[in-house]
Write a protein of this length. Structure first.
Length: 398
């Protein structure tokens, strides 16, 4: 059993933790022993030592741990995880019953009651992601509880932590059937190739499911579509299946070329009829502007932070510039799909980036749709800052 220590809150943080705020910030603690072992159970108390909640110590970029329960009698053990998993999986019952979708999130961190832990379903395989050494210390209890809750084809894991905040290279297989990769999953009838044992990412971002569906169903037919920061080309696949005249996928990573070809191929799309560019997105914007290229739809889904030899990009600082460059190559009445998963700002702030870019270019626009996390990515309604995904469909007006 994990060791238990008392964590006293500063007076001005008592109310928010008492009212259900799940994240334990470093500045909320009166004092914290920096040598404390991650995974230590925290008995969180007021300055008068009256009990508030129980959590765990686990350092990640968001804080030093997460609240797990406000019941002083509740043990953080295998039974605790089993109860949480049963509840979360019951909420996803409609996803398990879908024939045209075989990949979705079954446990979403603090939204399902355990910050720092996510579990995704891929056609019978379960991928468990740990975001701190603290939550990883409960690994055995978590896997045992999961196996008691669902029928498992196989389990894989991702340790999304180390001292530098980078992914730890590892053998991701845990137990059960050894996957034959790529595994072909379905999403709203589209096929996607995924790899559960090949680095930090799988080949598909499940949180963009509804956006890909909208692109396919409403914004692609007969259009030219530019997909920037395209990764494995999932948006390009959705556009092509929606009847796009042509797609262009641009990403700096060399692996994006074979992975995008693969995604087209598993959907029966002739990749040679599509454009796939391995280059810096900003360089491509310059190239497209020089050649007076215009696209009916431009997809912007950059990483929160990226560094190349030439430049550093941060969505919090540089997104207006990104949109401004996209405007230059968007056709009149065209659409910009602007997306970010940066949790450091909300949708209202994101819209100020959009407005700034269009004013800079003296262009008019209309946001025709907006999206945040889909239903399987459970969030806490009273704390919208944890709903990290922000997507706006922006029409460039004539």
């Amino acid at each position: 059993m994990n060791h238990v220590v008392e964590l006293m809150l500063k007076p001005n943080f008592v109310a928010e933790i008492s009212n259900g705020y799940p994240l334990i910030l470093k500045e909320a603690a009166e004092s914290i022993d920096e040598t404390l072992e991650e995974g230590t159970i925290l008995k969180i108390v007021r300055p008068n030592r009256k009990y508030i909640a129980t959590g765990y110590y686990g350092k990640q970029n968001k804080g030093i741990g997460w609240v797990l329960t406000n019941n002083p009698l509740e043990e953080i053990d295998e039974v605790f995880f089993e109860v949480k998993f049963k509840h979360s999986i019951s909420k996803r019952d409609k996803f398990y019953k879908k024939d045209d979708t075989t990949a979705f999130r079954v446990f979403n961190g603090e939204g399902d009651g355990i910050g720092g832990l996510t579990i995704d379903y891929f056609d019978g395989f379960y991928l468990v992601s740990f975001y701190s050494r603290g939550i990883y210390s409960f690994r055995d209890a978590i896997f045992n509880a999961l196996k008691k809750t669902v029928n498992i084809r196989g389990i894989y894991e991702k340790k999304r932590f180390d001292t530098n905040g980078q992914y730890v290279d590892q053998d991701d297989y845990v137990e059960g059937e050894v996957g034959q990769f790529p595994l072909i999953i379905k999403e709203n009838g589209m096929n996607f190739a995924v790899n559960l044992n090949d680095g930090a990412m799988t080949g598909i971002f499940l949180d963009q499911r509804n956006v890909r569906l909208a692109l396919r169903e409403h914004y692609s037919k007969g259009k030219t579509v530019l997909n920037t920061f395209s990764y494995t080309g999932a948006f390009s696949v959705a556009a092509a299946l929606g009847g796009a005249y042509e797609t262009t996928s641009v990403d700096l990573a060399k692996r994006s070329l074979p992975m995008t070809i693969e995604q087209f191929s598993v959907n029966g799309i002739d990749y040679e009829q599509q454009q796939i560019k391995v280059m810096n997105v900003f360089d491509y914007f310059s190239y497209a502007a020089r050649h007076q290229l215009k696209y009916d739809v431009v997809v912007l889904d950059p990483p929160s932070f990226a560094r190349t030899k030439k430049m550093t990009f941060s969505t919090a600082k540089d997104y207006p510039k990104l949109i401004a460059q996209a405007i230059e190559i968007t056709a009149p009445d065209g659409l910009i799909i602007a997306s970010t998963n940066n949790a450091s700002f909300n949708m209202k702030k994101f819209k100020t980036f959009i407005d700034k870019a269009f004013k800079e270019k003296s262009k008019r626009y209309k946001i025709v749709e907006q999206y945040q996390l889909p239903d399987d990515f459970a969030t806490l309604e009273e704390y919208p800052e944890f709903n990290y995904l922000k997507v706006c469909m922006i029409q460039l007006l004539k």
